[in-house]
Design a protein around this ligand. Structure first.
Ligand code: ATP
Ligand code: MG
Length: 276
């Protein structure tokens, strides 16, 4: 696995709104005027209730979806299309069904333009990552022969196989049992600190957000928006013990308060989430 430190550029979300056109209905405002600066090498978590626009925001940062208003920049480059040096883990696994597990993990290396990795090295790296997500021995299977949680772990391995500068993860561990999730949380932090990547990580789980992140953007809905950005003053490196510290519980409590007071305060009555 590569441990090279990657290029450092901040991600700047500037007044971004997104409304979706819906046939025979008024446009739906999914995200309203979101702004945030993500520092190079930062670990940012996005939390908020279902439907508040977390995936929408992540997809816009990934360049997969265009903002209706506002702009997103990485360094001096405006994001208008998918970025080669961004890696994304979707909320549900998206594997190629006709390729084996190992081939799926190797895919980003095979597609890497200009910097092709020799096949033997690609294979060794993919196998190492399959081991990391506890799927050694499953490399020759096809995705349909795995459970949902196992498929998601293949997606996670695939997202880590190249040295993408930015990792965008949409509830990557949502389908996993608590034990596996906590182990992968620690592995992810280890990889993050070894590689200096920027990570934006969506989760419903406040404990997970606090354990992982430098800062947590708390989102609310109707309309979807960023309510607050909370600093997490938990010392690093973080390990199982961090989860029992005063700072940990204090941060989780603060997040819960922000979530419960922030949600819906800006709604201004029924239908306020509709675009004008
Ligand atoms: N392509 C689309 N067309 C119309 N509406 C959409 C589209 N994509 C998302 N939405 C709406 O935008 C809102 C935000 O969706 P999004 O998927 O970003 O939520 P989320 O915060 O990721 O929720 P969850 O936690 O359930 O994954 C939802 O109300 C959803 O119905
Ligand atoms: Mg989502």
């Amino acid at each position: 696995m590569t441990t090279a430190t990657v290029a450092r550029a901040s991600i700047s979300v500037r007044g971004v709104s997104k409304s979706f056109e819906i046939p025979r209905e008024a446009p739906f405002l999914a995200l309203k005027e979101a702004s945030i600066e993500v520092e190079p090498g930062e670990f940012l978590a996005l939390v908020g209730p279902s439907g508040c626009g977390k995936s929408t925001l992540l997809r816009m940062i990934a360049g997969l979806l265009k903002p209706t208003e506002g702009e997103i920049w990485v360094g001096d480059r405006q994001i208008t299309r998918p970025q080669e040096d961004f890696s994304i883990v979707f909320q549900s696994p998206r594997l190629l069904p006709w390729k084996t597990v190992l081939e799926n993990v190797m895919l980003p290396l095979a597609l890497g333009r200009g910097k092709k990795v020799p096949k033997a090295e690609a294979k060794a790296r993919a196998q190492e990552l399959l081991e990391l997500v506890q799927l050694e021995g499953f490399g020759g299977r096809f995705p349909s022969e795995l459970s949902g949680g196992m498929q998601q772990r293949v997606s996670i391995a695939r997202s880590l196989v190249n040295s993408a500068n930015v990792l965008l993860m949409d509830e990557p561990f949502g389908a996993l049992d608590a034990f596996t999730r906590e182990r992968l949380n620690e592995e992810l932090l280890r990889i993050w600190s070894a590689t200096g990547r920027t990570i934006i990580f969506v989760t419903h789980d406040m404990d997970e957000a606090v354990f992982l992140a430098d800062r947590v953007a708390v989102m609310g809905k109707e309309p979807g928006r960023i309510v607050d950005v909370v600093d997490i003053p938990l010392a690093r490196p973080r390990n199982a013990e961090s989860r029992t510290s005063e700072e940990f519980f204090g941060s989780v409590r603060r997040l819960r308060q922000t979530l419960s007071t922030g949600v819906g305060v800006d709604a201004g009555g029924a239908g306020a989430h509709r675009a004008e």
